[in-house]
Design a protein around this ligand. Sequence first.
Ligand SMILES: Nc1ncnc2c1ncn2[C@@H]1O[C@H](COP(=O)(O)OP(=O)(O)O)[C@@H](O)[C@H]1O
Ligand SMILES: [Mg+2]
Length: 282
Amino acid sequence: MNSMPLLEVRDLVKEFPTRAGESKRAVDGVSFSINRGETFGLVGESGSGKSTIGRCILRLIEATSGTTVIDGVDLSTLDRREMRQFRSRMQVVFQDPYTSLNRRHSVATLIAAPLRAHGIGNAKERRARVVELLELVQLPASFASRMPRELSGGQSQRVAIARALALNPEFVVLDEAVSALDMSVRAQILNLLGSLQRELGLTYLFISHDLSVVRYICHTVAVLRNGTVVEQASRDELFEHPRHPYTQQLLAAVPVPDPAVQRSRTKRFGTDLESTGEIPEF
Ligand SMILES: Nc1ncnc2c1ncn2[C@@H]1O[C@H](COP(=O)(O)OP(=O)(O)O)[C@@H](O)[C@H]1O
Ligand SMILES: [Mg+2]
């Protein structure tokens, strides 16, 4: 087992030009590393810079400065062609499956898109891989011919996950991936993400504005405020002994204020996650 972190972000800075002709620092010197097979949570209010960090890591946008090293490779040293090859190792799932899935394509076409783009397999092999991927996200093979409009929110997100896994990535950015879903469906998708992680050895960057969700999936959590990490700790440490006043404030804003009630709720929710995970909503 390789004990080096899979991903290291160092001094990441991203400035956006403002209308006034100045620049605004959306990300202001962020550093963290993510161990292989683990989930790193990035939590903070809307506008704190979470998505910008995710997009810089994936090089969907270029950072102003800073480095991202994945598996020992400094991504800024890769040219376009090398980056294209490397990109298959890192994927992203966004919040809204309705806008991220092209409405005119069938589920099979959507899931096979990354395979076609990378010239992998012939049509028959790709069909077989689509069935395999549907099975992986616990959808019946018959879903291959469905259209996006025929899917529920949870099913759409399963399709988005299947597509993200098509090229066997090691690293997946989950940007508010469960935020648009109802409570019970959210629990199912979190459960699925957890079992996929164990099964495939995936490493996740889990982005969310919702601390209560982060708690159930992340090993380590960084709290982001105005583009800066104010506190980073293991999940248990962060939730049981938050150090920074801003973290304490965010935790206090989580719905149930009474710690005793919160603990019992945590237990119940934990059980729900276990018991509902096996029954995908059809
Ligand atoms: N393409 C862009 N151009 C200008 N400003 C941007 C752009 N993308 C994000 N921002 C700004 O950067 C800040 C962080 O945004 P974002 O990373 O989307 O936050 P979060 O995902 O935490 O809600 C916000 O102030 C946002 O308005
Ligand atoms: Mg965002």
